[in-house]
Structures are given as C-alpha cells and as structure tokens.
Design a binder for this molecule. Structure first.
Ligand code: ADP
Length: 599
C-alpha cells in the first residue's frame, strides 16, 4: 500500500499544476450548479406562482442558458485535464518500466515470463488511466461541490441540511468497504492476465516443440485454464461493480425520498415554507446525491486502477531490489577495486587496436546454491585467438558472458588493457565488442536493416553489400527476389542456423570490433557453409582479440591459448601441444573429437 501511494504520489507531485487547475474548475462548477438551480427556481416561481408574463423572465432565461453552457464547458474541461494527467502519468510509468527493463542486468531482465512483462507494461499501465482521468476529477468535484450545496441547504432550511448530513456518510462508507474488496480482486485479475499472456506467448514460441512432443493438447488446456482464471477474476470484479451500483442507487433513492417527504410536510401540512425554497432544495438535492454516487463509481474504477498500478510498482520494486543486490555484489568487488586502484586506473578504449583481457580471480554464481564459476588468474594478450573448451554445462558460455560484461563477477575483476572498466565506459566497451552467438536474434525487418544495426550509425547500401559479401551472404541474397530488402524475422522469411550466423557476421563486419566473442556452432554445417564461415571469421579476427567457445578441432588446435573448463573451474590454460602432454582430460576430449564427436 505504501509503495502504491509512492508511485501515485510521485505522479501527483509531478502534476501539481494540473491538480490545482482541477480544484479551481470543480469549485466554479459547483457555483454554476447552484446558480442554475437558483435561476430555474426563480423562473418557475415567477411564471407558475406569480403568473408573470413570459417576456418578464426572458433575461432570467438568457442567464440560465448562459450558466448551463458554462457548466457544460467546465465539466468538459475537468474531463480534459483528467485525460491530460492520465496521458502524462502513463508516459512516465511506461518509461519507468522500460528503464527498469533496460538498465537492470541481463539475467534479471530475462527472469520471469516475457508475456507477463508485456502485459504489465501495456495493459496494467493502460488501466492506470482511470485513476487520473476518472477518479481524480470526480474526487475533486466530490470534495468541493457537495459542501457548497450543503452550506446553501443549511442556509435555506436547516432540517434538510441535517437529513443530508446524516444520510450522505453512508455512501462513502459503503464505497470504502466495496473498494477495498475490489482492489484485491483487481490485483488478482492482473496476476491472472499476466499468467494468461505468459502462457500464450510461451506456447506460440514453442509451438514446434510442443507439436513434436505431443504436448499441444496439454498446452491448449493450460491456455484454457489460465483464460478461464482471467475470466473469473474479471467477472468477480464486475459482480462487485453491479452490486455496488445497485446498493448506491437504493441509498440515494431512499435519501431523496426522506428529504421530499420532509419538504412536503413543511409545505403542505405545516405551511412553514415558501414554494420557491422547497423547489430550489428539491433541485439541489439530486445533484448532491448524484455527485456522491458518481464518486462511488469513480472510486470503484480508482481502486481497480490501483490494483494495476500496484502490479507495475511491484515490477519496478523487484528490479530495484535486484539492482540493490547487484550493488551489494559490486561493492564486494568495489572493495577489491579500491585495493587495485593504485595499480589499475580506468583505461581508454581505442577503436583501432586489439585489447588485452585479464581475469583476476573471478568468481560468479547465478544465485545462492546454484552453479559456481571460478577462473583463477588468466590473461589473454591483444590480438590472441583463444579457445574455451570443456564439457557441456562446464561454464563456457557463462565465462564468455562475464568477459563480455553481460554478467558482473560476484568477486574478482575483469581487466581490459590491464585496467578496470568504469560504468561510464560500458557503451564504449560494447562498441568494441561483437558477440556472435549460435542463435543470433533476427529482428522483424529487411535483411539490410538487420545487418545495419551492427554499425550503430547510418550506413550506405554499398557498405551493407560489402559486409554481406565478406560474411558470405551474397549467394543467398542473390537468390532472393527482393534481395537485401527481403523481410526476415518475426512474420518474414525464415533463415537457417548457418544463415543467421552469417548475418551476425555481416553485422560484425560493419562494426569492425577489436574483441570478438564467438560461440561456434555445435551442429555440423555442410562443408561449403563451414568453409565460408571459417573464411569470414578468419578475415574478421585479423585485427581483433578473438575468444571462441570452440567445438571444432581445427579451431582448438589453431588457438594461441586454450582455456580448459570443468565443473565451473578453469582447470588449465595453454597451447594444444602443451595441454595434450599434461592434461589427460583434454587429451581424452581431443580423442573423442577426432572420432567425430563434439564437446
Ligand atoms: P556451457 O556453455 O559450458 O554449456 P553454461 O555456461 O551455459 O555452460 O552453463 C553452466 C551452468 O550454469 C549450467 O549448469 C547451467 O545450468 C547454469 N546456468 C546457465 N545459465 C543460467 C542462469 N541464467 N541461471 C541459473 N543457472 C544458469
């Protein structure tokens, strides 16, 4: 609850001007409502009681019309200001969600279901709309106008004033009771929606595997189950909303009935009241209750929005906790950093020459009781070609991610050119690195667009063609009717694994990195593709330090240095002939390789 008010009050303080505007409009709106009732009562009094001529009330009718127009305009402006506040709040919240996804570390961003995150970033933020566009303006009106009406009623006839004062609190009291229940239900609804979106997206992405393993039916049932869960959560909120409306209407009808009865007694039995006063009060009373009733409905949507905002807030809080935990992790390494500061000060990253990399007793774990990695002290000279080898699950990819800076060491340091990289150098570092994974991400767009993202700048078609040529993509592009403009990725033409890796290489050719991280394909490619890939990699790595998670014997044999990993530890480093002689585990692995297996 405190965090909810945190996010809302943050938006409120950002929108102080709009709130003042809302309050002022509401106050004037109240005055026009009372003025309208007074003028109408006066006209009716003159025409029907005093039997005045129509022409004598023309000015009053003109005034009445003007007040009605002003009232409509004010009501419209209140809505407009609310919408404006909602639009601003939504933009702020969405950018907060995006920032938290972008700036937290890679593992925490990838944690959880993608569909769930999308549903929070889009649907939950959209739901927050009602808090600002409905709840705020109605609450502001409810805080001002009924008090004005109450003062006027007390002035006109105190008995009615007392009746209003006694019956009115039932409405907010009832609203609070219902609202509290709605908020919990609304949070439940968002959990259900996030689960539904997540299950649906996961099923879509894994459709092929699901079909092959005969799990499509089971997954269909899963989708059905979570969609029914979402339906039930929505229906139970609607049920509360309808009951809420029914109860509110009943309270309002009853209260107006009591006031009308009292007025009738005063007017007809005791004859202690003028028609004009009674009629004016009768005009004002429904306005009074209708405002409170509207507030009830707005309160209901406000609570629903709060449930949604709470979900957004939770997501932001989680990423905050992760980043705080990372900070603690970093401060451990920061203390090491302090010790080393005398030896290593920040490096300057030079785009033109290859960089050296050192790992100083790097330790890493994904979480408590999970896989642990420790490197000891190893160094890679500038321009060297390194092969990381070891069994599947030994930590090769984790090591590559630590070198890339995608993961942060729990302790120890990764040094570049013998210096620690500072936070501010991160983007300069990423400009130097190309990471060619086994499954590069292909964005929905043309081949040209997909290649050009590698450059991080505007590039000409000639440059893209050159990069495609160097990466061995030209044969494929020539076969396609639309060539470089062929749409690939989500919804476009599919690419084979080898083609995707060549596309990633083309991106790297545009970038000309000084550090290449390469996850060599584990699957056997056809001879031609294999040759093209080898030639391109060799060309690209001429002026770079290259670190390969290697599975091919020739890559391993040709490496300047081999890092042999087992169960998360760097067991030994050295050249092929050195390791063959002194490391039986390595000799055994090479033996398996020679017989045609892969690491
Ligand atoms: P390799 O590349 O040698 O096959 P990895 O570095 O991918 O090995 O994985 C090493 C270990 O770390 C494995 O046991 C794997 O289950 C675990 N692991 C990998 N990624 C994560 C993650 N995001 N969270 C928790 N454990 C992970």
């Amino acid at each position: 609850m405190s965090r909810i008010s945190g996010l809302i009050s943050e938006q409120m303080s950002l929108q102080r001007k709009n709130r003042t505007l809302l309050a002022m409009i509401s106050l004037v709106l109240g005055i026009t409502m009372i003025a309208q009732a007074v003028l109408l009562a006066e006209v009716v009094q003159r025409i029907f009681v005093e039997k005045a001529s129509f022409s004598s009330v023309i000015t009053l009718l003109g005034l009445l019309l003007a007040v009605m127009v002003i009232r409509t305009l004010l009501f419209y402006s209140n809505g407009k200001v609310g919408l404006h506040m909602a639009a601003r709040a939504k933009t702020n919240m969405r950018s907060a969600v995006l920032q938290s996804l972008i700036y937290t570390s890679m593992p925490s961003t990838l944690r959880g279901q993608t569909g769930g995150k999308v549903s929070i970033a889009l649907d939950a933020v959209d739901e927050a709309d009602q808090y600002f566009s409905q709840y705020m303006p109605r609450m502001m009106e409810a805080a001002m106008i009924p008090i004005l009406i109450l003062i006027v009623t007390f002035y006109l006839h105190s008995n009615t004033g007392w009746i209003l004062l006694c019956t009115a609190p039932f409405i907010p009291l009832f609203m609070i009771l219902v609202g509290l229940k709605t908020k919990n239900k609304s949070e439940e609804k968002y959990t259900q929606l996030a689960e539904f979106s997540g299950t649906f997206l996961d099923s879509l992405q894994g459709l092929v595997s699901l079909k092959i393993f005969g799990r499509a039916n089971h997954q269909q049932q899963e989708i059905e189950r979570s969609s029914l869960g979402y339906r039930d959560a929505t229906m139970s909120i609607l049920k509360i909303a309808f009951t809420n409306t029914f109860m509110l209407e009943s309270i309002v009808m009853l209260s107006i009935g009591i006031v009308a009865l009292e007025l009738a007694l005063q007017l007809l039995v005791f004859k202690s009241m003028a028609f004009h006063t009674a009629f004016l009060i009768l005009l004002l009373i429904p306005e009074f209750y209708s405002l409170l009733k509207n507030t009830g409905t707005a309160f209901h949507s406000g609570r629903t929005s709060m449930g949604a905002i709470c979900k957004v807030d939770q997501m932001l809080a989680e990423s905050q906790i992760t980043s705080e935990l990372e900070d603690i992790g970093q401060s451990t390494s920061a203390s090491n950093q302090q010790i080393m500061k005398s030896q290593h000060t920040s490096t300057t990253l030079d785009q033109s020459t290859p960089l050296s990399i050192e790992l100083e007793d790097v330790h890493f774990h994904y979480g408590t009781d999970s896989f642990e990695l420790q490197t000891g002290n190893i160094s890679f000279q500038a321009g060297e070609h390194i092969a990381i080898v070891g069994k599947s699950g030994s930590g090769k990819t984790t090591l590559l991610h630590l070198i890339a800076g995608l993961l942060k060491p729990t302790s120890g340091e990764v040094l570049v050119n013998r210096k620690v990289l500072s936070e501010s150098q991160q983007s300069a570092w990423f400009r130097q690195v190309s990471y060619i994974t086994q499954h590069p991400y292909i964005f929905a767009g043309t081949i040209a667009e997909n290649i050009s993202i590698g450059a991080g700048r505007q590039v000409s078609t000639a440059e893209i063609e050159q990069a495609a040529e160097e990466a061995g993509l030209t044969v494929l592009i020539d076969q396609l009717q639309q060539g470089l403009e062929t749409v690939i990725g989500d919804g476009g033409r599919g690419l084979s694994g080898g083609e995707k890796q060549r596309l990633a290489l083309a991106r790297a050719f545009l970038k000309r990195p000084t550090i290449i991280l390469f996850d060599e394909p584990t699957v056997g490619l056809d001879l031609h593709t294999e040759q093209v890939l080898q030639r391109s990699i060799a060309l690209l790595s001429q002026k770079a330090t290259m670190i390969t998670v290697a599975h091919r014997l020739y890559t391993i044999q040709d490496a300047d240095q081999i890092v042999f990993m087992d169960h998360g530890a760097v067991v030994d480093t050295g050249r092929h002939d050195e390791l063959i002689g002194r490391l039986p585990l390595y000799a055994e692995m090479v033996n398996v390789q020679q017989k045609g297996g892969i690491a």
